[in-house]
Design a protein around this ligand. Structure first.
Ligand SMILES: [Zn+2]
Length: 162
């Protein structure tokens, strides 16, 4: 119960924003990378990001937490993050009220991931088309709709568009 109370306190420090919880320990930087939180500087100048690393958790033993004050992480980006870290939970805070979002593996991902095949039409220099990937859930793979190139869920952080 003491642990629960501690989490509650962390969440309540934010009036508006997003808390990504139950991240595997020492993986907060990957979360920042996949969610492109470093780009917040130009999108939302007053947003702030706090990472808590290796905090104790009853569920995982140790975990990381990423708190984004003043910015609601897109649900589709949270879904992509769950490909890499299935354990994550997402809390949206609005006017001090917490609502949970349980990320789900999407059927398709459009635009957010770059195809590693340089010759793919989605990487064309002139008039590139929006990248499209289908998720192969059992194989934990993404497949490019144009060139069939495969990306493992675990390597998604290397292919997120920056
Ligand atoms: Zn492709």
């Amino acid at each position: 119960m003491a642990e629960k109370g501690k989490d509650h306190l962390l969440v309540n420090k934010i009036g508006e924003g997003t808390v990504i919880d139950h991240i595997p320990d020492w993986k907060a930087e990957t979360v920042v990378q996949v969610l492109r939180l470093d780009k917040l500087a130009r999108m939302q100048a007053d947003a702030s990001v706090a990472t808590l690393q290796n905090v104790t958790s009853g569920k995982l033993g140790r975990k990381d937490i990423v708190k984004v004050d003043g910015w609601h992480v897109d649900e589709k980006d949270a879904d992509i993050l769950s490909l890499v870290f299935p354990s994550i939970t997402v809390n949206y805070i609005e006017e001090g009220q917490v609502s949970k979002y349980q990320p789900k593996v999407p059927d398709t991902i459009e635009g957010r991931i770059r195809c590693p095949e340089l010759g793919c039409i989605s990487n064309a220099e002139r008039e590139p088309v929006v990248s499209r990937f289908a998720t192969l859930k059992h194989e934990r793979l993404l497949q490019c709709r144009y060139c069939d190139t495969l990306i493992s869920f675990d390597s998604v952080p290397d292919h997120v568009r920056t």
